[in-house]
Design a protein. Structure first.
Lengths: 97, 372
């Protein structure tokens, strides 16, 4: 941190290693046997990573519940409209008490 | 299910893409096996879930689905073998010996590897439970084959290679992994990731019994006693039909009480995302997600949960996901069915009160309740 400021200066990793007189070995994806940046896994591995992907959003987006005075009740109605089974289960549960 | 994270269509073509022939010594490997995990007389439900997944793969490959039952001699092991047919097995490989009465890595690995070396399956699936993970690792290293752990999706491509999809890079991405040049292709799947298949009563068909070529004196490990975990029965999160969970958006450990209250009113199990366990607000047995429990409830209410991929892979199988979050750009809205952009701390008490009113005695008439 610099004097009279609140600014924190962070070191660059290369300079930190240099200051610590650390031995820096340069490696490469080629040396590590990485077949491609879109894949991971090392050469000779029994398993082969064919591809890496990010999960896609659901095709049908989440249905928004509009804010209303009785939001809780509106939400329950929306839930039971989409999934009636819990309502039956809950009523059956309530009837037991 | 439409909501399960699917690998892109380009996932197919593992061997075709590699343009490599399967080594000659592995060409005899056929059929799909599922390890039926039983401990202390109980079959773990993940075994039946895997039978459902294995059945689909077997039908696609037009091969047999076999259950592998390993356990002590007696009625319980025999019952597990017979029950396997009700979950779609075409045949059962049975190794019954009193040396196998308690799970020990040496004896179970010996039983499984001997079976594999003799009968040569092309795919071997195990549950990613404590026992299954222990066994899968040692079987794979003994057989010198590949193992893909904690898969979220299993498929076979056009040339019959197993395409196993699992989270990678700390759960931020998914990857599809093949074991192209070794057999069997092994994979473990966590409980509740695959749907439970319907049990169809069937008579037992072909059971192939195989002796265990191992004696008690050959095993280094001795089980002196079994001490059950006192807390293991407390949470039934993985198999609950209704689950309410809280995330960091709740702001404080005191606010997590709102999640517990809603869960208590609707008879749900409660859970949380990983940050809450890391902060010590909730115990780890309640954690939902990649490093916690995988759930498959009929209704999942997530309050203040951002929905990182690590959490998503644990809840993707829920029939209905309701997300409450103040951030309209939170990832959870990408996979929730119902989204409410509001403060969960404000909504949870309202929701709890509304459920309580609905479940109060005067609302117990289903016709009246649905009309409300």
């Amino acid at each position: 941190m610099l004097d009279t400021t609140i600014h924190v200066r962070r070191g660059v990793m290369a300079y930190i290693l240099c200051a610590a007189r650390a031995l820096v070995l340069k490696w490469s994806t080629l040396k590590a046997g990485v077949q491609g940046t879109s894949k991971c896994g090392l050469r000779g591995s029994l398993t082969i990573v064919k591809h890496v992907f990010a999960p896609s959003p659901r095709a049908a987006k989440a249905a928004p519940v509009k804010a209303a005075e009785q939001l809780g009740e509106a939400l329950i109605k929306t839930i039971f409209k989409r999934q009636p089974k819990p309502q039956t289960d809950l009523l059956a549960l309530a009837c037991r008490f | 299910m439409s909501n399960v994270i699917k690998a892109p269509a380009s996932a197919a073509g593992g061997r075709a893409a590699a343009k490599k022939e399967l080594p000659e010594r592995f060409k005899a490997y056929k059929h799909i096996w599922v390890f039926i995990e039983q401990e202390r007389g109980q079959v773990h439900p993940v075994s039946w879930e895997l039978m459902g997944a294995g059945r689909k793969l077997a039908d696609k490959l037009k091969v047999d689905l076999a259950a592998v039952v390993i356990g002590p001699e007696g009625e319980t092991t025999r019952t597990a073998a017979v029950e396997s047919f009700c979950y779609g097995a075409d045949l059962v490989y049975l190794v019954a010996d009193d040396v196998l009465s308690e799970y020990r890595n040496e004896s179970y690995t010996k039983a499984m590897t001997d079976l594999v070396n003799i009968y040569k399956p092309e795919i071997l699936l195990l549950g990613a439970t404590t026992l299954g993970r222990d066994l899968a690792g040692s079987v794979a290293t003994t057989l010198l084959t590949g193992l893909t752990a904690d898969c979220t999706e299993l498929d076979v491509d056009a040339d019959g290679s197993l395409a196993a999809t699992r989270p990678t890079f700390g759960g931020s991405l998914l990857c599809t992994i093949y074991t192209l040049n070794y057999r069997p292709q092994m994979a473990t799947v966590r409980p509740r990731v695959m749907p439970m298949p319907e049990r169809v009563a069937r008579d037992a068909a072909r059971i192939i019994t195989h002796p265990l070529a191992l004696f008690e004196d050959d095993i280094v490990t001795k089980v002196l006693s079994f001490i059950p975990d006192r807390d293991s029965e407390k949470s039934n999160l993985a198999y609950a039909d209704l689950v309410v969970a809280g995330g960091l958006g709740l702001g404080s450990p005191e606010n997590f009480q709102l999640v517990r209250q809603l869960a208590a009113v609707i008879g749900a199990e409660y859970g949380c995302s990983r940050p809450l366990v890391q902060k010590g607000w909730v115990t780890s047995d309640r954690q939902i997600g990649q490093t916690g429990k995988t759930i498959r409830p009929k209704l999942y209410i997530a309050a203040g949960v951002s929905g990182a991929i690590q959490h998503r892979v644990g809840v993707e199988g829920a029939d209905l996901i309701v997300a409450i979050n103040t951030d309209k750009n939170a990832p959870i809205f990408d996979f929730a069915h119902i989204g409410i952009v509001t403060d969960a701390i404000l909504l949870l008490p309202t929701l709890t009160a509304a459920f309580r009113a609905r479940l109060s005695p005067h609302s117990r008439d289903p016709k009246r309740a649905s009309a409300q």
